[in-house]
Design a binder for this molecule. Structure first.
Ligand SMILES: [Zn+2]
Length: 440
Protein backbone atom coordinates (compact mmCIF):
# COMPACT_ATOMS: atom_id res chain seq x y z
CA UNK A 1 0.00 0.00 0.00
CA UNK A 2 1.17 3.52 -0.77
CA UNK A 3 2.45 5.58 2.12
CA UNK A 4 1.09 9.13 2.34
CA UNK A 5 4.43 10.39 1.06
CA UNK A 6 4.42 7.99 -1.90
CA UNK A 7 0.88 9.03 -2.82
CA UNK A 8 1.87 12.71 -2.65
CA UNK A 9 4.79 12.11 -4.99
CA UNK A 10 2.71 10.00 -7.36
CA UNK A 11 0.13 12.81 -7.59
CA UNK A 12 2.52 15.14 -9.46
CA UNK A 13 3.38 12.86 -12.40
CA UNK A 14 1.29 15.05 -14.69
CA UNK A 15 3.73 17.95 -14.20
CA UNK A 16 6.32 16.28 -16.44
CA UNK A 17 4.35 14.08 -18.79
CA UNK A 18 5.55 14.40 -22.38
CA UNK A 19 4.00 17.36 -24.19
CA UNK A 20 5.12 19.84 -26.82
CA UNK A 21 3.56 23.14 -25.85
CA UNK A 22 2.89 26.16 -28.03
CA UNK A 23 3.46 28.71 -25.31
CA UNK A 24 3.18 32.00 -27.22
CA UNK A 25 3.52 33.39 -30.74
CA UNK A 26 7.17 32.38 -31.06
CA UNK A 27 7.94 30.03 -28.16
CA UNK A 28 7.54 26.24 -28.15
CA UNK A 29 8.35 24.22 -25.05
CA UNK A 30 9.31 20.54 -24.76
CA UNK A 31 8.25 18.99 -21.44
CA UNK A 32 8.89 15.33 -20.61
CA UNK A 33 11.35 14.77 -23.46
CA UNK A 34 13.95 13.36 -21.10
CA UNK A 35 14.54 14.93 -17.72
CA UNK A 36 14.50 18.71 -18.19
CA UNK A 37 12.29 21.26 -19.92
CA UNK A 38 13.75 22.97 -23.00
CA UNK A 39 12.48 25.41 -25.56
CA UNK A 40 12.61 26.80 -29.06
CA UNK A 41 12.08 30.42 -30.05
CA UNK A 42 11.08 30.55 -33.70
CA UNK A 43 11.88 33.62 -35.80
CA UNK A 44 11.31 34.52 -39.46
CA UNK A 45 14.48 32.83 -40.71
CA UNK A 46 15.67 30.60 -37.87
CA UNK A 47 15.26 29.24 -34.36
CA UNK A 48 17.11 29.78 -31.07
CA UNK A 49 16.97 26.91 -28.57
CA UNK A 50 17.13 27.38 -24.81
CA UNK A 51 18.84 24.26 -23.39
CA UNK A 52 19.32 21.00 -25.23
CA UNK A 53 17.49 18.50 -23.02
CA UNK A 54 19.14 15.56 -21.29
CA UNK A 55 19.36 12.75 -23.86
CA UNK A 56 20.00 12.93 -27.63
CA UNK A 57 17.17 10.52 -28.60
CA UNK A 58 14.61 12.44 -26.58
CA UNK A 59 15.88 15.80 -27.85
CA UNK A 60 15.68 14.49 -31.43
CA UNK A 61 12.02 13.62 -30.77
CA UNK A 62 11.41 17.18 -29.57
CA UNK A 63 13.12 18.58 -32.67
CA UNK A 64 10.83 16.35 -34.77
CA UNK A 65 7.86 17.89 -32.95
CA UNK A 66 9.29 21.35 -33.68
CA UNK A 67 9.34 20.45 -37.36
CA UNK A 68 5.54 20.27 -37.34
CA UNK A 69 5.58 23.99 -36.55
CA UNK A 70 8.53 25.35 -38.52
CA UNK A 71 11.15 24.17 -40.99
CA UNK A 72 13.56 27.01 -40.15
CA UNK A 73 17.07 25.93 -39.07
CA UNK A 74 18.12 25.95 -35.39
CA UNK A 75 20.88 28.54 -35.58
CA UNK A 76 21.77 29.05 -31.92
CA UNK A 77 21.53 27.28 -28.57
CA UNK A 78 21.95 28.86 -25.16
CA UNK A 79 22.47 26.80 -22.01
CA UNK A 80 20.73 27.98 -18.84
CA UNK A 81 23.60 26.31 -16.92
CA UNK A 82 26.11 23.48 -17.25
CA UNK A 83 24.30 20.53 -15.65
CA UNK A 84 24.10 17.41 -17.83
CA UNK A 85 20.30 17.23 -17.70
CA UNK A 86 20.26 20.51 -19.69
CA UNK A 87 23.26 19.90 -21.93
CA UNK A 88 23.25 16.13 -22.50
CA UNK A 89 20.94 16.23 -25.53
CA UNK A 90 23.22 18.51 -27.56
CA UNK A 91 24.22 15.76 -30.02
CA UNK A 92 20.71 15.95 -31.50
CA UNK A 93 21.19 19.67 -32.13
CA UNK A 94 24.62 19.13 -33.68
CA UNK A 95 23.12 16.45 -35.94
CA UNK A 96 20.52 18.98 -37.02
CA UNK A 97 23.03 21.78 -37.58
CA UNK A 98 26.77 21.08 -37.14
CA UNK A 99 27.40 24.84 -37.28
CA UNK A 100 25.00 25.76 -34.51
CA UNK A 101 26.24 28.65 -32.37
CA UNK A 102 26.36 27.55 -28.71
CA UNK A 103 26.27 30.02 -25.84
CA UNK A 104 26.78 29.76 -22.07
CA UNK A 105 27.83 31.90 -19.13
CA UNK A 106 31.54 32.59 -18.62
CA UNK A 107 31.49 30.29 -15.56
CA UNK A 108 29.85 27.48 -17.51
CA UNK A 109 30.74 24.09 -15.98
CA UNK A 110 32.47 25.51 -12.86
CA UNK A 111 30.85 22.97 -10.55
CA UNK A 112 32.07 19.96 -12.53
CA UNK A 113 35.57 21.43 -12.75
CA UNK A 114 35.67 21.87 -8.98
CA UNK A 115 34.73 18.22 -8.36
CA UNK A 116 37.35 17.08 -10.86
CA UNK A 117 40.08 19.33 -9.46
CA UNK A 118 39.57 17.92 -5.98
CA UNK A 119 39.34 14.32 -7.13
CA UNK A 120 36.02 14.03 -5.29
CA UNK A 121 35.00 10.78 -6.97
CA UNK A 122 32.56 9.94 -4.17
CA UNK A 123 30.26 12.65 -5.52
CA UNK A 124 29.65 10.37 -8.51
CA UNK A 125 28.65 7.42 -6.29
CA UNK A 126 26.39 9.68 -4.26
CA UNK A 127 24.98 11.22 -7.43
CA UNK A 128 23.93 7.80 -8.69
CA UNK A 129 22.28 7.10 -5.31
CA UNK A 130 20.43 10.42 -5.39
CA UNK A 131 19.27 9.84 -8.96
CA UNK A 132 18.09 6.30 -8.18
CA UNK A 133 19.79 4.86 -11.27
CA UNK A 134 20.54 1.55 -9.55
CA UNK A 135 17.02 1.06 -8.20
CA UNK A 136 14.38 -1.15 -9.79
CA UNK A 137 11.50 0.87 -11.33
CA UNK A 138 9.10 -0.13 -8.54
CA UNK A 139 11.28 1.79 -6.06
CA UNK A 140 11.14 4.96 -8.17
CA UNK A 141 7.91 6.91 -8.52
CA UNK A 142 9.49 9.90 -10.23
CA UNK A 143 12.38 12.24 -9.53
CA UNK A 144 10.31 15.01 -7.96
CA UNK A 145 10.62 17.31 -10.98
CA UNK A 146 11.11 14.73 -13.72
CA UNK A 147 10.07 11.26 -14.79
CA UNK A 148 12.15 8.36 -13.45
CA UNK A 149 14.29 7.76 -16.52
CA UNK A 150 17.44 5.64 -16.67
CA UNK A 151 20.59 6.71 -18.51
CA UNK A 152 21.95 4.54 -21.29
CA UNK A 153 24.77 2.13 -20.38
CA UNK A 154 28.04 4.02 -19.94
CA UNK A 155 26.39 7.32 -19.12
CA UNK A 156 26.51 6.42 -15.42
CA UNK A 157 30.19 7.26 -15.45
CA UNK A 158 29.31 10.91 -15.89
CA UNK A 159 29.70 12.78 -12.63
CA UNK A 160 27.39 15.36 -11.15
CA UNK A 161 27.68 18.67 -12.85
CA UNK A 162 29.44 16.94 -15.76
CA UNK A 163 29.23 18.91 -18.95
CA UNK A 164 28.08 17.94 -22.43
CA UNK A 165 29.91 16.22 -25.23
CA UNK A 166 33.05 18.38 -25.83
CA UNK A 167 31.69 19.27 -29.27
CA UNK A 168 28.66 20.71 -27.54
CA UNK A 169 30.50 23.08 -25.22
CA UNK A 170 29.71 26.79 -25.58
CA UNK A 171 31.87 28.50 -28.18
CA UNK A 172 30.54 31.85 -27.06
CA UNK A 173 30.41 33.01 -23.47
CA UNK A 174 29.43 36.18 -21.71
CA UNK A 175 29.83 37.68 -18.26
CA UNK A 176 27.11 39.96 -16.91
CA UNK A 177 24.58 40.20 -19.71
CA UNK A 178 24.32 40.30 -23.48
CA UNK A 179 21.94 40.02 -26.40
CA UNK A 180 21.95 36.98 -28.67
CA UNK A 181 20.41 37.38 -32.11
CA UNK A 182 19.82 34.76 -34.78
CA UNK A 183 17.14 33.95 -37.35
CA UNK A 184 15.20 37.09 -36.61
CA UNK A 185 15.06 36.36 -32.86
CA UNK A 186 16.78 38.43 -30.18
CA UNK A 187 17.02 37.31 -26.56
CA UNK A 188 18.59 38.96 -23.53
CA UNK A 189 20.67 36.69 -21.34
CA UNK A 190 21.98 37.69 -17.93
CA UNK A 191 23.88 36.10 -15.06
CA UNK A 192 21.42 34.92 -12.40
CA UNK A 193 23.32 32.73 -9.91
CA UNK A 194 21.38 30.32 -7.73
CA UNK A 195 21.40 26.59 -8.22
CA UNK A 196 24.80 27.03 -9.83
CA UNK A 197 27.16 29.95 -10.28
CA UNK A 198 26.85 29.61 -14.07
CA UNK A 199 23.05 29.99 -14.04
CA UNK A 200 21.48 32.58 -16.35
CA UNK A 201 18.09 34.15 -16.95
CA UNK A 202 16.88 34.38 -20.55
CA UNK A 203 14.34 37.03 -21.51
CA UNK A 204 12.38 37.10 -24.77
CA UNK A 205 10.75 40.50 -24.69
CA UNK A 206 8.37 40.26 -27.72
CA UNK A 207 6.36 37.46 -26.04
CA UNK A 208 7.30 38.47 -22.48
CA UNK A 209 8.74 35.04 -21.66
CA UNK A 210 11.37 34.37 -18.98
CA UNK A 211 13.37 31.15 -19.00
CA UNK A 212 14.43 30.60 -15.39
CA UNK A 213 16.79 27.65 -15.72
CA UNK A 214 16.95 25.58 -12.55
CA UNK A 215 16.47 28.50 -10.21
CA UNK A 216 12.81 27.57 -10.37
CA UNK A 217 10.53 24.60 -11.01
CA UNK A 218 7.37 23.25 -9.37
CA UNK A 219 9.00 22.05 -6.14
CA UNK A 220 10.89 23.38 -3.17
CA UNK A 221 14.22 24.08 -4.87
CA UNK A 222 17.30 21.94 -4.38
CA UNK A 223 19.23 24.46 -2.29
CA UNK A 224 21.43 21.54 -1.29
CA UNK A 225 21.93 18.34 -3.29
CA UNK A 226 22.53 15.33 -1.08
CA UNK A 227 24.92 13.94 -3.66
CA UNK A 228 27.21 16.60 -2.25
CA UNK A 229 27.72 20.07 -3.61
CA UNK A 230 29.58 23.26 -2.95
CA UNK A 231 27.48 25.94 -1.30
CA UNK A 232 24.69 27.15 -3.54
CA UNK A 233 24.58 30.73 -2.33
CA UNK A 234 21.02 31.03 -1.07
CA UNK A 235 21.07 34.80 -0.81
CA UNK A 236 22.09 34.94 -4.48
CA UNK A 237 19.27 32.53 -5.25
CA UNK A 238 16.68 34.67 -3.42
CA UNK A 239 17.89 37.79 -5.25
CA UNK A 240 17.81 35.95 -8.58
CA UNK A 241 14.17 34.99 -8.04
CA UNK A 242 13.37 38.63 -7.32
CA UNK A 243 15.22 39.67 -10.48
CA UNK A 244 13.03 37.26 -12.48
CA UNK A 245 9.96 38.74 -10.82
CA UNK A 246 11.09 42.20 -11.85
CA UNK A 247 10.70 41.26 -15.53
CA UNK A 248 6.89 41.15 -15.06
CA UNK A 249 6.68 38.31 -17.57
CA UNK A 250 3.56 36.76 -19.06
CA UNK A 251 5.13 33.29 -19.12
CA UNK A 252 7.70 31.50 -16.98
CA UNK A 253 9.51 28.57 -18.55
CA UNK A 254 10.96 26.58 -15.66
CA UNK A 255 14.03 24.33 -15.80
CA UNK A 256 11.80 21.31 -15.16
CA UNK A 257 8.03 20.69 -15.07
CA UNK A 258 5.39 22.62 -17.01
CA UNK A 259 5.57 26.41 -17.51
CA UNK A 260 3.48 29.01 -15.71
CA UNK A 261 1.36 31.32 -17.89
CA UNK A 262 -0.65 34.47 -17.23
CA UNK A 263 0.56 37.77 -15.78
CA UNK A 264 -1.24 37.21 -12.49
CA UNK A 265 -0.24 33.54 -12.22
CA UNK A 266 3.40 34.34 -12.98
CA UNK A 267 3.54 37.09 -10.39
CA UNK A 268 1.86 34.91 -7.78
CA UNK A 269 4.24 32.04 -8.47
CA UNK A 270 7.26 34.29 -8.07
CA UNK A 271 5.80 35.90 -4.97
CA UNK A 272 5.35 32.47 -3.36
CA UNK A 273 8.81 31.30 -4.39
CA UNK A 274 10.47 34.49 -3.21
CA UNK A 275 8.67 34.54 0.13
CA UNK A 276 9.43 30.86 0.74
CA UNK A 277 13.13 31.16 0.00
CA UNK A 278 13.62 34.42 1.90
CA UNK A 279 11.72 33.03 4.89
CA UNK A 280 13.94 29.96 5.25
CA UNK A 281 17.07 32.01 4.62
CA UNK A 282 16.16 34.76 7.11
CA UNK A 283 14.98 32.34 9.81
CA UNK A 284 18.15 30.29 9.50
CA UNK A 285 20.35 33.37 9.79
CA UNK A 286 18.34 34.52 12.82
CA UNK A 287 18.72 31.06 14.41
CA UNK A 288 22.45 31.02 13.71
CA UNK A 289 22.79 34.42 15.33
CA UNK A 290 20.86 33.14 18.36
CA UNK A 291 23.58 30.50 18.75
CA UNK A 292 21.52 27.55 17.55
CA UNK A 293 23.14 24.57 15.89
CA UNK A 294 22.26 23.11 12.47
CA UNK A 295 20.77 20.02 14.16
CA UNK A 296 18.40 22.25 16.09
CA UNK A 297 17.60 24.57 13.20
CA UNK A 298 16.96 21.71 10.77
CA UNK A 299 14.06 20.70 13.02
CA UNK A 300 12.91 24.16 14.03
CA UNK A 301 13.00 26.28 10.86
CA UNK A 302 9.94 25.53 8.75
CA UNK A 303 7.76 27.26 6.20
CA UNK A 304 4.60 29.00 7.40
CA UNK A 305 1.52 26.85 6.75
CA UNK A 306 0.27 28.75 3.68
CA UNK A 307 3.64 28.39 1.94
CA UNK A 308 4.27 24.82 3.14
CA UNK A 309 0.99 23.74 1.55
CA UNK A 310 1.55 25.62 -1.70
CA UNK A 311 1.99 23.20 -4.63
CA UNK A 312 4.99 25.19 -5.92
CA UNK A 313 6.90 24.61 -2.70
CA UNK A 314 6.19 20.91 -2.06
CA UNK A 315 9.36 19.08 -1.03
CA UNK A 316 9.34 16.83 -4.11
CA UNK A 317 12.91 17.49 -5.18
CA UNK A 318 14.56 19.81 -2.65
CA UNK A 319 14.05 19.56 1.10
CA UNK A 320 13.65 22.42 3.57
CA UNK A 321 15.65 20.90 6.43
CA UNK A 322 18.62 20.15 4.15
CA UNK A 323 18.40 23.73 2.92
CA UNK A 324 18.65 25.02 6.49
CA UNK A 325 21.77 22.94 7.10
CA UNK A 326 23.27 24.14 3.82
CA UNK A 327 22.76 27.79 4.71
CA UNK A 328 24.41 27.24 8.10
CA UNK A 329 27.43 25.36 6.77
CA UNK A 330 27.70 27.53 3.66
CA UNK A 331 28.13 30.62 5.80
CA UNK A 332 29.75 29.32 9.00
CA UNK A 333 31.37 26.05 7.91
CA UNK A 334 31.30 22.71 9.74
CA UNK A 335 31.63 23.85 13.36
CA UNK A 336 28.19 24.22 14.96
CA UNK A 337 29.53 26.52 17.69
CA UNK A 338 28.91 24.15 20.59
CA UNK A 339 32.22 23.49 22.41
CA UNK A 340 31.28 19.83 22.98
CA UNK A 341 31.15 19.45 19.22
CA UNK A 342 34.61 20.86 18.60
CA UNK A 343 36.34 17.49 18.93
CA UNK A 344 33.58 14.90 19.33
CA UNK A 345 34.26 11.24 20.12
CA UNK A 346 34.95 8.79 17.33
CA UNK A 347 31.60 7.13 16.49
CA UNK A 348 32.91 3.73 17.66
CA UNK A 349 33.95 5.19 21.03
CA UNK A 350 30.59 6.88 21.47
CA UNK A 351 28.84 3.64 20.51
CA UNK A 352 30.83 1.72 23.15
CA UNK A 353 29.86 4.23 25.83
CA UNK A 354 26.18 4.27 24.83
CA UNK A 355 26.12 0.45 24.75
CA UNK A 356 27.57 0.41 28.25
CA UNK A 357 24.87 2.86 29.39
CA UNK A 358 22.20 0.72 27.76
CA UNK A 359 23.35 -2.36 29.63
CA UNK A 360 25.31 -3.98 26.85
CA UNK A 361 25.43 -4.04 23.08
CA UNK A 362 22.85 -6.82 22.87
CA UNK A 363 20.34 -4.59 24.64
CA UNK A 364 21.22 -1.82 22.23
CA UNK A 365 20.57 -4.12 19.27
CA UNK A 366 17.26 -5.25 20.78
CA UNK A 367 16.28 -1.58 21.15
CA UNK A 368 17.08 -1.03 17.47
CA UNK A 369 14.66 -3.83 16.57
CA UNK A 370 12.01 -2.53 18.96
CA UNK A 371 12.37 1.04 17.65
CA UNK A 372 11.67 -0.07 14.11
CA UNK A 373 8.70 -2.15 15.24
CA UNK A 374 7.43 0.93 17.12
CA UNK A 375 7.66 3.10 14.01
CA UNK A 376 10.81 5.02 14.98
CA UNK A 377 12.90 4.10 11.98
CA UNK A 378 15.33 7.00 12.41
CA UNK A 379 16.31 5.95 15.95
CA UNK A 380 16.50 2.34 14.82
CA UNK A 381 18.94 3.30 12.04
CA UNK A 382 21.05 5.34 14.46
CA UNK A 383 21.24 2.41 16.92
CA UNK A 384 22.14 0.08 14.04
CA UNK A 385 25.05 2.42 13.21
CA UNK A 386 26.33 1.92 16.76
CA UNK A 387 26.04 -1.86 16.56
CA UNK A 388 27.86 -1.80 13.22
CA UNK A 389 30.56 0.50 14.64
CA UNK A 390 31.05 -2.03 17.47
CA UNK A 391 31.02 -4.87 14.94
CA UNK A 392 28.32 -6.54 16.99
CA UNK A 393 26.16 -8.87 14.88
CA UNK A 394 27.18 -6.51 12.12
CA UNK A 395 25.35 -8.38 9.36
CA UNK A 396 22.12 -8.48 11.38
CA UNK A 397 22.56 -4.81 12.13
CA UNK A 398 23.13 -4.01 8.45
CA UNK A 399 19.99 -5.89 7.43
CA UNK A 400 18.00 -4.16 10.15
CA UNK A 401 19.38 -0.79 9.09
CA UNK A 402 18.40 -1.59 5.49
CA UNK A 403 14.85 -2.19 6.66
CA UNK A 404 14.86 1.01 8.72
CA UNK A 405 16.11 3.25 5.92
CA UNK A 406 13.70 1.68 3.42
CA UNK A 407 10.97 2.69 5.87
CA UNK A 408 12.38 6.23 6.08
CA UNK A 409 12.33 6.36 2.28
CA UNK A 410 8.66 5.36 2.07
CA UNK A 411 7.77 8.10 4.54
CA UNK A 412 9.76 10.84 2.80
CA UNK A 413 8.25 12.88 -0.03
CA UNK A 414 11.58 14.16 -1.40
CA UNK A 415 12.47 11.91 -4.32
CA UNK A 416 16.23 12.50 -4.15
CA UNK A 417 16.24 11.45 -0.50
CA UNK A 418 14.06 8.41 -1.17
CA UNK A 419 16.42 7.31 -3.93
CA UNK A 420 19.42 7.78 -1.69
CA UNK A 421 17.89 5.80 1.18
CA UNK A 422 16.60 2.94 -0.98
CA UNK A 423 19.93 2.66 -2.80
CA UNK A 424 21.86 2.52 0.47
CA UNK A 425 19.49 -0.19 1.73
CA UNK A 426 20.21 -2.13 -1.43
CA UNK A 427 23.96 -1.66 -0.90
CA UNK A 428 23.74 -2.89 2.72
CA UNK A 429 21.94 -6.06 1.62
CA UNK A 430 24.51 -6.61 -1.13
CA UNK A 431 27.31 -6.20 1.46
CA UNK A 432 25.76 -8.88 3.63
CA UNK A 433 25.27 -11.19 0.65
CA UNK A 434 28.89 -10.57 -0.33
CA UNK A 435 30.08 -11.40 3.21
CA UNK A 436 28.14 -14.66 3.36
CA UNK A 437 29.24 -15.61 -0.16
CA UNK A 438 32.87 -14.95 0.85
CA UNK A 439 32.42 -17.21 3.88
CA UNK A 440 31.30 -20.25 1.89
ZN1 LIG B 1 17.98 20.45 -14.09
Amino acid sequence: MDSTASAKLRAINHLFERQFITLSDHVLVAVGYGVSTFSFIAGDTGVIAVDSGSMPDESAAAIAALREHTDRPILALVYTHGHPDHTGGVAAFLDENPNIEIWGHARFGDEARRFARNGAAIARTRGVRQAGFRLPPEKRINNGIAPAVYPKAGALAQGPGGGPDPKGLPQKTFDGDTTISAGGVSIQVSHNPGETDDQIMTWFEPDRVVFTGDNMYRSWPNLYAIRGTQYRDVRDWCESIDRIRGMQADHLVLGHTVPVSGTIEVDEALDVYSRGLWHIYNETIAGMNAGKTPDELAHEVTLPADLADHPLLGEYYGNVSWSVRAIFSGILGWFDGNPSAMNPLHPADRAAKVAELAGGVEVLFARAEAALADGDAQWSAELCDMAIALDHRADDARLLKAEAIDRLAYDLVTATGRNYLHTCAQELRADVDGDSAAGT
